[in-house]
Design a protein around this ligand. Structure first.
Ligand SMILES: [Zn+2]
Length: 383
C-alpha cells in the first residue's frame, strides 16, 4: 500500500472535502491548513489509517467526541482555531505523539490525556486554561510542554515539571503566582518569563534565569511599599491575598512578600534551632518510598486506612521542592529550611529562593556560594 499525502492547505475550503473518502485506507497524511473550515465531519473518523492531520488556522469551534476513531493518529495540529471544548475522548488516541491545541479558547484540560502514553509534544499555549491536571504526569514520554499565554493559569503542579521525560517547558506570560521549586535534572530548556506576580525564582531555575523574570518584582515593590495595589499590573495578587492555602514570608529588606509552594506547612530559618524538619515529613518520605512499589493510594480500601486525607494529598501531589545543595537533592514535602538570596556584583534585584532539607545543607551551600549571593533575612507573614 502506498502512503498518500494530500496537500490541500490554503485553498479557501469552507468544509472538509468529501473527496477524502476516495483515498480511504491509503490516506496517511492530510494538510488542510489555513482554510475556512468550521467543523470536523464525523465521516472523517472512518479514515482510520490517517497518521497526520494538519488543520491549523481554520474556524473550527468544536472537536467531536468520535475523534478516538482515528486510532492510528500520531500527529494532530488544531492550532489557531476557535475550539472551546477538549473532549475526554482525545485520551483514546493511543498512538498520538504530537498534539497542538495552541491558539484556541480551551478552559479545561481533560484528565484523560494521561492515557496518551506515546505523547512527546503537547502545546496548549494561548488558551484560557485555569488548571493543569496533575494526571498529565502519567504521560511518561512527554518531553516538550508549552503553556505560554494562558493568563488564568496560576499554578503548574510540581509533579509535572519534575517528570523525568521532560526536556523543554515553557509558561511565559501566564498568571503563575510562583514558580515551582523542583525540576528534573535532564530538563534543558525552561522559560517562565513575564509572569507578573512572580517575586522569587527558585535556585533550581537560576541557569535559565534572565532579566525578563524581573518585571513582576518591580510592581510588587511598589505595591507593598505604598500599601496600595497597582490595579493595572497586579490583579492576580488578589487571588492569593484572600487564599488561606498559600504560605507566605516577607523579605525584610523591602517588604516583598514571597509565596511558597502550595502544600508548605512549615518553613525554618537557617538562624533558628537545629533539626526542625518534622516527623511528618519523615513519614511522607517513607510512605512515598513504599508507594513507589505498591501505589496504595490508587485503591480505596487502602486509602481508608491511611493516616489522613491531607497526608494522602501530599503524597499524590508529590514533593514540592528539592534540597538546593547539589550533593544532596533530597525531595521536600511540607517543611524545609528556606534561604532568600540576591546576586552580588549584579544590578539584578530578583530574589532567589533556596530550599534545604537541613541546616547543614543550607550552610554548606551558603559557604560554597559566598561571593556569588547575599543572604537576605525574611520573616513569616502574620496573615
Ligand atoms: Zn539536603
Amino acid at each position: 500500500m502506498n502512503k498518500t499525502v494530500l496537500h490541500w492547505s490554503y485553498r479557501d475550503y469552507d468544509h472538509v472535502p468529501l473527496d477524502l473518502l476516495y483515498y480511504d485506507e491509503d490516506l496517511e497524511e492530510l494538510y488542510l491548513k489555513e482554510n475556512f473550515i468550521r467543523t470536523i465531519p464525523l465521516w472523517m473518523f472512518h479514515l482510520s489509517h490517517l497518521k497526520f492531520i494538519h488543520l491549523s488556522g481554520n474556524l473550527i469551534e468544536y472537536i467531536p467526541d468520535g475523534i478516538h476513531g482515528l486510532k492510528f493518529l500520531e500527529f494532530l495540529d488544531l492550532s489557531g482555531n476557535q475550539i472551546s471544548n477538549c473532549p475526554s475522548s482525545l485520551g483514546g488516541l493511543s498512538h498520538l505523539q504530537s498534539l497542538n491545541l495552541s491558539g484556541n479558547r480551551i478552559e479545561i484540560v481533560p484528565k484523560s490525556l494521561c492515557s496518551l502514553k506515546k505523547l512527546e509534544f503537547l502545546d496548549l499555549s494561548d488558551n484560557l486554561i485555569t488548571k493543569l491536571p496533575i494526571e498529565l504526569c502519567e504521560c511518561t514520554r512527554l518531553s516538550n510542554l508549552a503553556l505560554n499565554d494562558n493568563p488564568h493559569l496560576l499554578h503548574v503542579p510540581e509533579r509535572i515539571i519534575n517528570m523525568s521525560s521532560l526536556q523543554s517547558f515553557s509558561a511565559n506570560r501566564c498568571g503563575l503566582l510562583y514558580l515551582p521549586a523542583i525540576a528534573n535534572k535532564f530538563i534543558n530548556n525552561v522559560q517562565m518569563f513575564h509572569n507578573t506576580t512572580v517575586r522569587h525564582v527558585p535556585m533550581v531555575f537560576e541557569k535559565f534565569f534572565s532579566s525578563y523574570f524581573f518585571d513582576g518584582a518591580q510592581s510588587a515593590t511598589t505595591y507593598y511599599n505604598n500599601g496600595q495595589q497597582d490595579k493595572d499590573k497586579d490583579t492576580e495578587s488578589v487571588e492569593y491575598e484572600n487564599n488561606p492555602h498559600y504560605f507566605t514570608v516577607r523579605e525584610k529588606e523591602t517588604g516583598i512578600i514571597l509565596l511558597l509552594p502550595f502544600g508548605t506547612r512549615h518553613v525554618f530559618s537557617l538562624d533558628g534551632p537545629d533539626n526542625q524538619v518534622t516527623l511528618y515529613d519523615d513519614c511522607l518520605h517513607v510512605i512515598n518510598y513504599i508507594n513507589l512499589y505498591l501505589n496504595f493510594y490508587k485503591y480505596p480500601p487502602f486509602l481508608d486506612s491511611l493516616p489522613s486525607k491531607a497526608m494522602g494529598d501530599h503524597i499524590t501531589n508529590g514533593p514540592i521542592a528539592r534540597c538546593t545543595n547539589k550533593n544532596c537533592l533530597v525531595v521536600l514535602y511540607t517543611s524545609y529550611y528556606l534561604a532568600v538570596c540576591r546576586k552580588t556584583l549584579s544590578s539584578c534585584k530578583m530574589l532567589f529562593s533556596c530550599f534545604f532539607c537541613s541546616k547543614f545543607c543550607g550552610f554548606a551551600w551558603l559557604s560554597a556560594n559566598k561571593g556569588k549571593y547575599i543572604n537576605i533575612p525574611w520573616e513569616i507573614c502574620d496573615n
